[in-house]
Ligand binder design. Structure first.
Ligand code: ZN
Ligand code: FE
Length: 255
C-alpha cells in the first residue's frame, strides 16, 4: 500500500490535503477549485472522494467546481450549511475511501463550529480547523468546555499520529504560545524549526500529536505553567481545564 499525502496550497493560507494511491485521489477540505483541479490534472488522477470537516467557505468552496469536472462522492458533518449531495457522517462512523486501501474514522469535535468533524486512521488525522500545530480554531459556535473536550478527544490518539490541519498558522501560533510559556524548551525548539521552514517557504506540517502536546497551550491547560499564565491574565473562578482554556483562547483572540 504505497499511499501518500500531498498538500495543495489554496487561498491565503489553507491546505487542501490529497490522499493519493496509484492514480486514485481523495481530497480533504477543498476551499477553492482551481489548485485542486490543476493538481488532479497534472497527476492525471482520478478523484474518488471528498472529505469535508466543516461548512466554512475556505473548506468547502471548491466542492461544486471540482465535482463539475470530477464527479465524486463527499462525506461531511450533519449541518444544513454543508453542500447538497453529500453523505452525512458522525461520531464513530468509518469511511472506506474509494479506490484507496484506507479506512478513516470520524470524530465529532465541536467548538470552532457546532458540527465540526475530523477524520483519523492509519496514523493520520485530518483536523480541519479544530487542531492547528501549536494552536486551535477560534470558538465561533462553541464553548471552551466543548473545545476542551474536543481537544481531549484528539489527545487520546497515539503520540505518533501525524496531523494535517486546514491552515498554515504554525508560526504565529508559536509566537503566541511563547507568550504563554516563554520557558518551554520544546516550544522554543519548534519555533526555531518553524522559522527556518517558513523562511524557505516550506510547510510546517504534518506535525505529530506527541510533539504538539509538548508545545500547544491548548493541549496543556492542565500544566502548572499554563494555569499560572492564565491566572496572570484573568481572574479565574477555578482552575478547571475548560476555564483555563477559555482564558487562553480569549488571550489568543486579542493577540
Ligand atoms: Zn473554519
Ligand atoms: Fe478555515
Amino acid at each position: 500500500m504505497n499511499q501518500h499525502v500531498e498538500a495543495i496550497p489554496a487561498l491565503n493560507d489553507n491546505y487542501i490535503w490529497a490522499l493519493v494511491q496509484g492514480s486514485n485521489c481523495v481530497l480533504v477540505d477543498p476551499g477553492e477549485p482551481g489548485p485542486a483541479l490543476e493538481f488532479l490534472e497534472a497527476g492525471q488522477l482520478n478523484l474518488t472522494g471528498l472529505l469535508l470537516t466543516h461548512h466554512h467557505p475556505d473548506h468547502i468552496g471548491g466542492v461544486a467546481g471540482i465535482r463539475d469536472r470530477h464527479p465524486a462522492p463527499a462525506w461531511g458533518p450533519d449541518d444544513e450549511r454543508m453542500p447538497a449531495d453529500m453523505e452525512t457522517v458522525g461520531e464513530g462512523d468509518s469511511i472506506a475511501l474509494p479506490g484507496l486501501d484506507t479506512e478513516l474514522k470520524v470524530m465529532e469535535t465541536p467548538g470552532h463550529t457546532r458540527s465540526h468533524i475530523v477524520f483519523h486512521g492509519q496514523g493520520m488525522l485530518f483536523s480541519g480547523d479544530t487542531l492547528f500545530s501549536a494552536g486551535c480554531g477560534r470558538l465561533f459556535e462553541g464553548t471552551p468546555e466543548q473545545m476542551q473536550a474536543s481537544m481531549d478527544k484528539l489527545a487520546g490518539l497515539p503520540d505518533e499520529t501525524r496531523f494535517y490541519c486546514g491552515h498554515e498558522y504554525t508560526e504565529s501560533n508559536c509566537r503566541f504560545a511563547l507568550q504563554v510559556e516563554p520557558d518551554n524548551p520544546a516550544l522554543r525548539q519548534r519555533m526555531n524549526q518553524v522559522r527556518e521552514l517558513r523562511s524557505q517557504d516550506r510547510m510546517t506540517l504534518p506535525e505529530t500529536l506527541g510533539r504538539d502536546r509538548q508545545v500547544n497551550p491548548f493541549f496543556r491547560t492542565r500544566e502548572p505553567s499554563v494555569i499560572e499564565a492564565a491566572r496572570g491574565r484573568e481572574e479565574m473562578p477555578d482552575e478547571r481545564p475548560a476555564t483555563v482554556f477559555g482564558v487562553i483562547r480569549r488571550w489568543k483572540d486579542r493577540f
